[in-house]
Design a protein around this ligand. Structure first.
Ligand code: 13P
Length: 254
């Protein structure tokens, strides 16, 4: 694929996989994808499987991501996990502001921005999620919603930090529904996000940032989505839970 930005395809396992199941999955992925160099491949297991998966993928081309991180470094924050703890397991990426956390944990753009700064302070890379609901899309508010999320969730990052960040466009109506955004809808939203980044930072920075699409990505739609000029990868939920589907998404994207 002839794009300046390297594709990044990440599996967000959400609240799935015991340690034994996680090991089965990554060992299968290593077998299937061991020689792939064209795509940055990231797996994001639940916290409880990070240590085992980390050991299993040492010396492989798979990289490790976490699904969330505290904005704080240490202290009285029951149930939270700090950057230093993730770094013990060689985590490289952290998903932030997934719509499920925005909805269930009431995460705000301001909190996500604080977390993004903490992720960078630890020399990790955030994958910052944005996306509109069906009602917002049908109400013609998609661009306004995306702009507010992008400006709010990435506020305060330096140019260098922004270039090292990944944005995931996940229309909420496409998550886990089997309804994928059309390639045109995805491309339009990605181009719009890049335009907002250019106005917040500059054109050069906006050109560097990788923007993933997420929402019912499957082996049979990955190629067309990835062929769009502003789609630089995928954040995969359900189809990241089996070796066959996740490996095929990556092979079909190359
Ligand atoms: P699905 O691929 O299951 O639609 O989930 C997408 C997602 O939320 C990834 O973060």
């Amino acid at each position: 694929m002839n794009k300046d930005r390297k594709l990044i395809i990440a599996g967000n396992w959400k609240m799935n996989k015991t340690v034994a199941e996680a090991l089965d999955l990554v060992n299968g992925l290593k077998r299937e994808l061991g020689t792939v160099k064209e795509v940055d491949i990231v797996v994001c297991p639940p916290y409880t499987a990070l240590e085992s998966v980390s050991k299993a993928i040492i010396d492989s081309n798979l990289r490790l991501g976490a699904q969330n991180m505290s904005a704080h470094n240490v202290g009285a924050f029951t149930g939270e996990v700090a950057s230093v703890m993730l770094k013990e397991f060689s985590v490289r990426y952290v998903i932030l502001g997934h719509s499920e956390r925005r909805q269930h944990q009431k995460e705000s753009n301001a909190l996500i921005a604080q977390k993004a700064l903490a992720v960078h302070a630890a020399a990790l890379k955030p994958i910052v999620c944005v996306g509109e609901t069906l009602a917002e899309r049908e109400g013609g508010q998609t661009e306004q919603v995306l702009e507010t999320q992008i400006r709010g969730s990435l506020a305060g990052l330096s140019h260098d930090q922004m270039e090292e960040s990944v944005v995931a466009y996940e229309p909420i109506w496409a998550i886990g529904t089997g309804k994928t955004a059309s390639t045109q809808q995805a491309q339009d939203a990605h181009a719009f996000i890049r335009q907002v980044l250019a106005s917040m930072f500059n054109e050069g920075v906006a050109k560097q940032v990788r923007i993933q699409y997420g929402g019912s990505v499957k082996p049979n739609n990955a190629r067309e989505l990835m062929s769009q000029p502003d789609v630089d990868g995928a954040l995969v939920g359900g189809a990241a839970l089996t070796v066959r589907d996740f490996a095929d998404i990556i092979k079909n994207s190359i």
